[in-house]
Structure formats: structure tokens, C-alpha cells
Ligand binder design. Structure first.
Ligand SMILES: Nc1ncnc2c1ncn2[C@@H]1O[C@H](COP(=O)(O)OP(=O)(O)OP(=O)(O)O)[C@@H](O)[C@H]1O
Length: 236
């Protein structure tokens, strides 16, 4: 259009005329559903949201953004965390497989073995984003490959103990909120130790900032910690 004005067709079906200064540049079609958003020619907010949305519609909830992995909560079981997926991501290069939380866990595991340096995975996001679920997937992956007999790793039983700790932690530290039926009301730092062969040698979980006032008072439509509903049901 003339001057600095452009014609924009909105997703709502509306056509509007706006100044070119308030628009963002669109990437060419070859960048549709790109697996790593660092590859986008135009890395602006609109392109990022568009890419995540298109991928989400194709059931691709994970997308890389450089070193980071962005996860969109699907709120239903996509069947992408089974044992066959663990095996598929094992020992694979990042470019060989679709973005996945297992790929992040696998990279950390291998970097630890090769560099002999501690590795950290930071999982962050707003309430209900999927932090707790993805943390469990990381632990599931690491315990599976650390105790995988097909690769000569002998299970020490510690893997099962690491996995079993979570339901107890959730009973005492998770509650239903208006945003999340299983909201973690505390932060946790999970440390898993491995020996030189890549077997789990120990683990510990540090918790902090538990929301204590919830024990005596809950907002409307929210609940106390799960344990207070679980104990009466067991007859304790
Ligand atoms: N990858 C996933 N696949 C299927 N469902 C998921 C996934 N991630 C999250 N969910 C669903 O979303 C809910 C909320 O996720 P989660 O508890 O992990 O959020 P959170 O970020 O830990 O929230 P909070 O900060 O409140 O603890 C889960 O109970 C689960 O039903």
C-alpha cells in the first residue's frame, strides 16, 4: 500500500490497515514448523508464537530454541514417553531425532560421561506449564538408561528408589489450585549421582520454599495438600 501503511489480514478474518512499523517480518514457507527456532530468518515474537502454534497443531509439543527446549503443555497423553521412545533417543545426536525432553536428558548424560563434569537441567515456566511432568520424564529417562541391562548396565535398585520418591513428595507438597490439579507448592533441587560407568550411585532431593499457609487456609476452589485427602482414604 501507499506510504508506510500495509494491509493485514487477521486470523479473525478481519482486514485492517496499519503502519508497517507495528508489523513483524514473516519468514518464508520453508521455515514452517522449524525444529529449532534459532534457524528462523526473522526471530521475532510473532514468528516464535506462529511456529510453536503450527507445531503444536501437528502434535509436536517440543521445539528447540538454540540451547533451550520449549515445551507446550498438550494436556493429554501423547504417547511419546514409552520405553520405545527412551530407546529411540538413546545415544542419538540432537539433529537425528525430533526435539524431545529425552534428547535433553540424553545429551546431559553423555556430556557428563565424556567431560566428567556435573550437568544441570533447569526446568522453568509458569504454573501448569508442565515443569513437574517434564522433570519426571528426565528422571524416567535417566533411570531407564542407567539401569538398562541390554547395554551392560546392571540395575542397582536405586533407579526404582529415585522414581518411588516422587509420589511421596507430591503427596506432601502438591495441591490442587485453580491453575493446576497437581501444582507443586515447593521448589526442588534433584541431584542424581552416577559412577564412571554411568550407573546411578545415589540421589538426593532438596526442597525449599514450601507454601506453608496452605495447611491452614486455602483459597476458594483450591485444596490442601494431597496427603490430607489420601490419609483418611487409607483409614489412617
Ligand atoms: N508433557 C505432558 N503431556 C501430557 N500432559 C501434560 C504434560 N505436561 C503437563 N501435562 C498436564 O498438565 C498438568 C500440569 O503440569 P505440571 O504439574 O507439570 O505443571 P507445573 O509447571 O509443574 O505447574 P506448577 O508450577 O503449578 O507445579 C499435569 O498434571 C498434566 O495433566
Amino acid at each position: 500500500m501507499a506510504g508506510d501503511k500495509v494491509h493485514v489480514h487477521l486470523m479473525t478474518g478481519q482486514d485492517v490497515v496499519v503502519s508497517i512499523n507495528v508489523t513483524e517480518k514473516v519468514n518464508p514457507p520453508k521455515f514452517e514448523k522449524v525444529e529449532d527456532m534459532a534457524d528462523l530468518g526473522y526471530l521475532n515474537e510473532a514468528s516464535v508464537v506462529h511456529n510453536l502454534k503450527q507445531r503444536y497443531a501437528a502434535q509436536a509439543i517440543y521445539t528447540y530454541s538454540g540451547l533451550f527446549l520449549v515445551a507446550v503443555n498438550p494436556y493429554y497423553d501423547l504417547q511419546i514417553y514409552g520405553h520405545e521412545f527412551v530407546m529411540a533417543y538413546r545415544n542419538k545426536k540432537r539433529t537425528e531425532m525430533m526435539p524431545h525432553i529425552f534428547a535433553i536428558a540424553d545429551a546431559a548424560f553423555h556430556d557428563m560421561l565424556h567431560t566428567k563434569e556435573n550437568q544441570s537441567i533447569l526446568i522453568t515456566g509458569e504454573s501448569g506449564a508442565g515443569k513437574t511432568e517434564n522433570t519426571k520424564k528426565v528422571i524416567q529417562y535417566l533411570t531407564a538408561i542407567a539401569g538398562d541391562k541390554s547395554t551392560g548396565n546392571v540395575s542397582s535398585g536405586l533407579e526404582q528408589q529415585v522414581l518411588s520418591a516422587n509420589p511421596i513428595l507430591e503427596s506432601f507438597g502438591n495441591a490442587q489450585t485453580i491453575r493446576n490439579n497437581n501444582s507443586s507448592r515447593f521448589g526442588k533441587f534433584i541431584r542424581i549421582e552416577f559412577n564412571a560407568a554411568g550407573q546411578i550411585a545415589g540421589a538426593n532431593i532438596e526442597w525449599y520454599l514450601l507454601e506453608k499457609p496452605r495447611v491452614t487456609h486455602q483459597s476458594r476452589l483450591e485444596r490442601n495438600y494431597h496427603i490430607f485427602y489420601q490419609l483418611p482414604r487409607t483409614g489412617c
